[in-house]
Design a protein around this ligand. Structure first.
Ligand SMILES: *Cc1c(COP(=O)(O)O)cnc(C)c1O
Length: 402
């Protein structure tokens, strides 16, 4: 095999681009969605509730409320938690912007705690120092699919009377110490974007055991409108009558999407098994480089059973003749759809402008400089996996300091 890098004019490891993530939809799932398209309800029909039941049953909570997307679901959770102007909410900078944006929607103040250098998750030892009388909630994120130790979060929350909203966009189907993700926090959010564990195209959900939160989430999803006589101010006004009792939004999922979600949930376990298998293959293949000090594979908490949403290589840049940018470009030129997760949220221009320009989170900032995310999704075949490994080998061997 030719070893000249594609970025220098050699032939790429593969001829077609491999993406970093993506959905896997079967023909029978397409048929199920078409059936719904022919049914009386395109939205607000029976499939939404069925989908909610499937999800709440799978994580073991009393309630689930489906939303148009995960971001809307987080917004609703912040509303249900009563977050408002003056409230502080502690979260991680190594997440998608939607996590802390949901706090801003409610006029709360996100407070970023730095991450653990090994697991890349919020450093719970640093959370304590950030708690003030204004702290109202904490939003841990199961970054890469590895679940946060929620019993430890629960201890902190109980001590300081905080509400816990878990951002589990990456970790549906994962567990920690035998407990399913979603079963511990006050509210847990899952996303159904196409790159997430299962998909409804766009979609999100909050699971909870708390009836009050359930009621609030349901109102918020649909304009703050209710037909429940117990919640209305007037009785028996006629069959058309409803009341708007809060300011809500239209954050509803459609029946078409719920139909897809119901069938995707049946495949969640096999999807995760496949993700785990791919992660094992990568870890095995890159062990030699890890031992030689060229990179680090993702460290797993022994009690965590990850959903393996992302596989991130941390490059020890001191050992290379070039920076992350060049390694990234070289892998892309080989037609491997690498990515970087995430630009630390406080570094985004909007956050810099609203006062986070003085915010310093050295661990997250340094990790970000060294991260490259490899393709990882259930539909990848063995050849795709092999191509990724060959390309990483090729690029490392070219740019490593001898
Ligand atoms: C995807 C994602 C979200 C938002 O979900 P959407 O369904 O895309 O709105 C929030 N947080 C994290 C960590 C995510 O990865």
């Amino acid at each position: 095999m030719e070893n000249k890098l594609a970025i220098f004019g050699g032939s790429p490891v593969r001829n077609t681009a491999l993406s970093y993530g993506g959905q896997w939809i079967m023909d029978d799932e397409v048929e199920a969605v078409l059936d719904t398209l022919r049914s009386p309800f395109l939205t607000q029909g029976p499939n939404i509730e069925q989908f909610e039941q499937v999800v709440s049953h799978s994580v073991g909570t009393k309630y689930a409320v489906a939303f148009s997307n995960g971001t809307a679901a987080l917004h609703a959770a912040c509303y249900a938690a009563g977050i408002q102007s003056g409230d502080e909410v502690i979260t991680t900078p190594l997440t998608f912007v939607a996590t802390s944006n949901a706090v801003l929607y409610q006029e709360g103040t996100p407070v970023f705690a730095d991450v653990d250098k090994d697991t890349y998750l919020i450093d719970l030892n640093k959370v304590g120092q950030l708690i003030t009388p204004q702290t109202k909630a904490i939003i841990p994120v199961d970054f890469t699919g590895q679940p946060v130790n929620m019993r430890k979060v629960e201890q902190i929350a109980k001590k300081h009377d905080l509400i816990v909203i878990q951002d589990s966009a990456h970790s549906l189907g994962a567990s920690y110490n035998g407990e399913k993700v979603g079963s511990v926090a006050d509210m847990t959010m899952f996303s159904f974007h196409p790159v997430k564990p299962v998909t409804t195209a766009e979609g999100g959900i909050i699971v909870t055991n708390n009836e009050e939160y359930f009621e609030k989430l349901t109102l918020f999803r649909s304009h703050g409108i209710t037909r429940n006589p117990q919640l209305m101010s007037k009785f028996d006004q006629g069959g058309w009558y409803y009341e708007m009792i809060e300011l809500g939004y239209n954050y509803r999922l459609t029946d078409l999407q719920a139909t897809l979600g119901i069938s995707q949930m049946k495949r969640l376990e096999t999807f995760i098994e496949r993700r785990k298998e791919i992660a094992c293959r990568y870890t095995e293949a890159f062990k030699v480089y890890e031992q030689a000090g060229f990179l680090k594979c993702p460290l797993q908490d022994p009690l965590a059973n990850s959903g393996w949403h992302l596989f991130i290589l941390q490059f020890c840049l001191e050992q290379f003749t070039v920076g992350r940018r060049e390694l990234f470009d070289a892998l892309r030129a080989e037609n491997i759809g690498v990515n970087v997760h995430y630009i630390p949220v406080h570094k985004q221009p909007y956050y810099q402008r609203i006062g986070y320009n003085t915010c310093s989170l050295p661990v997250a900032e340094q990790l970000y400089e060294r991260f490259i995310t490899l393709p990882l999704f259930p539909k990848m075949n063995d050849r795709d996996i092999r191509d990724v490994i060959i390309a990483v080998d090729k690029v490392i061997n070219h740019f490593r300091k001898r």
